[in-house]
Design a protein around this ligand. Structure first.
Ligand code: HEC
Length: 162
């Protein structure tokens, strides 16, 4: 009798543990729109700058770390810019606000002209994917004007040819 009880307890305990593990492992299901956004992010190169280590590792960065920005500076005649933490950017932004931002001129080397030329549908899909990923990480370092040298690592753009 005692053995039966022990077995039953173990069975129940592992069942409960199984449910807990399943709940932890299955994050929110990705919508078709967000899945398209993920595809666009991957193929349009957003991770190359907005995900630390993505370009240098050949894309071997866990998805949960994608698009949280980078501390690597990009220095040129425009000053020093840092690829923004896009997951924090959209935290308090509506889809319309993200659309407006995606249609505006941003500092180099952000290829804002590529984003500007994306269809509304694609920009909305990227927004949906950023919302799916959810906020994480810290904001990227702040932009520095040309006369302020960056403290951390940076990529120096050569001066334009004269
Ligand atoms: C070559 C590097 C690079 C690539 C590739 C890149 N970005 Fe950026 N992005 C930046 C930098 C640097 C900034 C910050 C610009 C600034 O300070 O004005 C930025 C800023 C942004 C911003 C403004 C964020 C805010 O909160 O103001 C958005 C939105 C954005 N990028 C989206 C994208 C998307 C979407 C892609 C892919 C289609 C992409 N970026 C690809 C470097 C890049």
């Amino acid at each position: 009798m005692k053995n039966v009880l022990v077995v039953a307890t173990v069975v129940i305990a592992s069942f409960v543990a199984g449910i807990a593990a399943a709940q932890q492992k299955s994050p929110q299901k990705m919508s078709t729109e967000a899945a398209r956004g993920k595809y666009l992010v991957q193929t349009a190169g957003c991770n190359d700058c907005h995900t630390a280590g993505y370009a240098s590792s050949g894309g071997k960065v866990e998805e949960k770390l994608w698009l949280i920005g980078d501390t690597l500076g990009w220095r040129g005649p425009w000053g020093t810019t840092y690829a923004s933490n896009l997951r924090l950017s959209v935290k308090d932004m509506t889809a319309d606000q993200f659309m407006a931002l995606s249609r505006s001129e941003l500092r180099a080397p952000m290829p804002w002209f590529n984003l500007r030329d994306m269809t509304d549908r694609d920009v909305k899909a990227i927004y949906a994917y950023l919302k799916y990923l959810g906020p994480a990480g810290k904001p990227a370092p702040r932009y520095l004007p040309p006369d302020q040298p960056p403290a951390g690592p940076f990529v120096q753009f050569p001066a334009p040819p004269r």
